[in-house]
Design a protein around this ligand. Structure first.
Ligand code: HEC
Ligand code: HEC
Length: 508
């Protein structure tokens, strides 16, 4: 009898503890706020802390009382306490050198502040705009349609009609509109193929919530609001949420790989970008970081990662570089001009190698080489409406000492194609060149340092203003001799066969 009673009692205790927690203590919240949050969000919460002028998106102004990521419906401005608590705990895709630079400066606090302190902060920041409890309950997920081939297909059709103008044909955020948020800051529609850059995440329920509520303060509209030009039924919103969840492309997500493995081919290397052979190469993705070492320093990148694949044969090496860039920047092009910040410059990508492969795993300074250790730079540029794409070869000893060389003479070639928010560039060079003291020489089985850089010409990037990676390794993988596959099979057959023989003999 006693035992039966215990469970409801414990439950109700937990529930009331949560209710108290959810209310929070705003006096304690202020004490924590004044230590941890004012620097960005401002002394009085107006979003005007000393760091604010360096940040886009800017820190939220809590006196205005609007929140981007809430689960209460579009026509209820007050978020649930849990919504604010969640954003404080998880942050908003906080930028870091290790997780990528495409996010915001809003950190996660779950590993810094105790749970109760975070609830107290909720109470405090709500008090800054006099927000009470929401009048309407959170949106319901009871009508959720499970993902299936049919649902994704329906979602794709809806996406084409409703979302591509901002998010692009394939969802990479390469829409046809230049967007500003309500405060006049330039914003970019999310690249929906990279869910690790979402401010919340790509669980279909979350996507459904965003589609239903929009993202207040930004151009991302509510599709549940009957007064808007674009409304979708509940069912349609689930289909499109399932579609968006299905286009996540994990290949583009940088893992911990530090080696780009170059696969050996017999015969010719693919020289076309759409050659199906590329599917046999091993893709490896790396995070870009903005160049902040040399002048002019750069803090507002638009591109966050690059994926590389590579082949070699007995003569040449071919590298396919693939990176998402929301704008195709061709100087002279009218459409490019509409989307650009300032003048349109050429888009560009480069790989960098040390001229002399270090023996002791010691790599040249990753900026652009240093005086003792020069680097080779292979740079492709997208061209303009009146000039074709170009491939350049440079040797650099640091940022100031750059020697322009003849790419054609070194046998260096490249072609590039832009399609739906992605550049693909193939670079090719002979493994060995004549000027051995000036060009990196590739050899099978040897670890060669490699670094990548890219420029978004619609974001004012040129010269030292660009994104780059640190040094990684390139390895020309020796072909696995056929015998290594066959020998274990023969051994297995012999052993197995031998055992069979033994068994038979003993049976006899
Ligand atoms: C380094 C700067 C920085 C610090 C420190 C910081 N924030 Fe933020 N915060 C931001 C930025 C930037 C945004 C807006 C991001 C956006 O709009 O996408 C934001 C947004 C928010 C939001 C809005 C969430 C929503 O759904 O709209 C809340 C709540 C918040 N911060 C709470 C806090 C609290 C509480 C602290 C202290 C514990 C804190 N922040 C510290 C930069 C910061
Ligand atoms: C008018 C432009 C516009 C349209 C149309 C639009 N979006 Fe967005 N969307 C945006 C912008 C801008 C953002 C980024 C907002 C921000 O800065 O946080 C965004 C962000 C998102 C996010 C990111 C959520 C997260 O956690 O970070 C998702 C998911 C999304 N949109 C889905 C859709 C879908 C699905 C449709 C069509 C049904 C759609 N959007 C239509 C502009 C648009």
């Amino acid at each position: 009898m006693k035992k039966k009673l215990l469970l409801p009692v414990v439950l109700s205790l937990i529930i009331s503890a949560q209710a108290i927690a959810a209310q929070g203590n705003k006096e304690n919240g202020k004490i924590i706020y004044d230590k941890k949050c004012w620097w960005c969000h401002g002394e009085k919460g107006a979003g005007d802390g000393p760091a604010a002028k360096f940040l886009n998106p800017p820190p939220r102004d809590f006196t205005a009382g609007w929140y981007k990521f809430k689960t209460t419906p579009f026509d209820e401005i007050t978020p649930a306490d849990e919504d604010i608590f969640r954003m404080i705990s998880g942050g908003m895709n906080h930028i870091s050198l290790w997780k990528g630079m495409s996010g915001t400066s809003m950190p996660n606090w779950d590993d810094v502040l105790k749970e109760q302190d975070r609830w107290d902060l909720v109470a405090y920041i709500k008090s800054l705009s006099g927000l009470e409890q929401p009048q309407k309950p959170p949106i319901s997920y009871s009508g959720q349609i499970k993902s299936s081939k049919e649902s994704i297909e329906k979602g794709r059709e809806i996406f084409k009609k409703m979302c591509v103008e901002c998010h692009g044909e394939e969802g990479k955020g390469d829409g046809t509109k230049k967007l500003k948020d309500d405060l006049g800051f330039r914003t970019w529609p999310r690249n929906l193929t990279k869910p690790w850059t979402f401010k919340v995440n790509n669980d279909p329920k979350e996507i459904y919530t965003r589609i239903s509520n929009g993202i207040p303060g930004t151009q991302m509209p509510s599709f549940a609001d009957p007064s808007s030009k674009k409304t979708l039924s509940e069912e349609e919103r689930w289909h499109v949420a399932n579609y968006v969840a299905s286009i996540a492309d994990d290949i583009k997500r940088p893992k911990d790989d530090t080696v780009l493995k170059v696969i050996r081919l017999e015969g010719d290397l693919p020289s076309k970008i759409d050659d199906p052979k590329w599917a046999e190469a091993q893709p490896t993705s790396f995070y870009f970081i903005p160049q902040i070492i040399a002048k002019e320093r750069f803090f507002t990148p638009t591109m966050d990662s690059i994926t590389a694949r590579a082949f070699y044969n007995d003569k040449e090496i071919a590298i396919l570089l693939e990176w998402d860039d929301r704008t195709k920047s061709i100087p002279g092009d009218e459409k490019a001009k509409e989307l650009a910040e300032g003048d349109v410059l050429e888009d560009s990508v480069a790989v960098q190698f040390p001229v002399i492969i270090p023996e002791e795993m010691e790599k040249p300074y990753f900026g652009m080489g240093d005086s003792a250790k020069p680097v080779n730079i292979w740079q492709w540029k997208s061209g303009t409406t009146s000039a074709p794409e170009t491939m350049k070869l440079m040797n650099a000893n640091g940022f100031q000492k750059i020697e322009q060389r003849d790419a054609a003479k070194a046998g260096l070639k490249a072609i590039g194609v832009y399609n739906n928010g992605t550049w693909r560039v193939v670079m090719k060079r002979p493994l060995a060149t004549e000027e051995k003291d000036k060009d990196v020489q590739f050899a099978e089985g040897k670890y060669t340092p490699i670094a990548f850089a890219a420029w978004d010409g619609s974001n004012g990037e040129s010269g030292s203003k660009h994104v780059m990676t640190t040094w990684y390794w390139l390895l020309l993988k020796p072909a696995t001799p056929k015998s290594t596959y066959i020998i274990p099979i023969i051994v297995a057959l012999l052993v197995f066969g031998g055992e069979l023989l033994l068994v038979r003999k003993s049976k006899k």
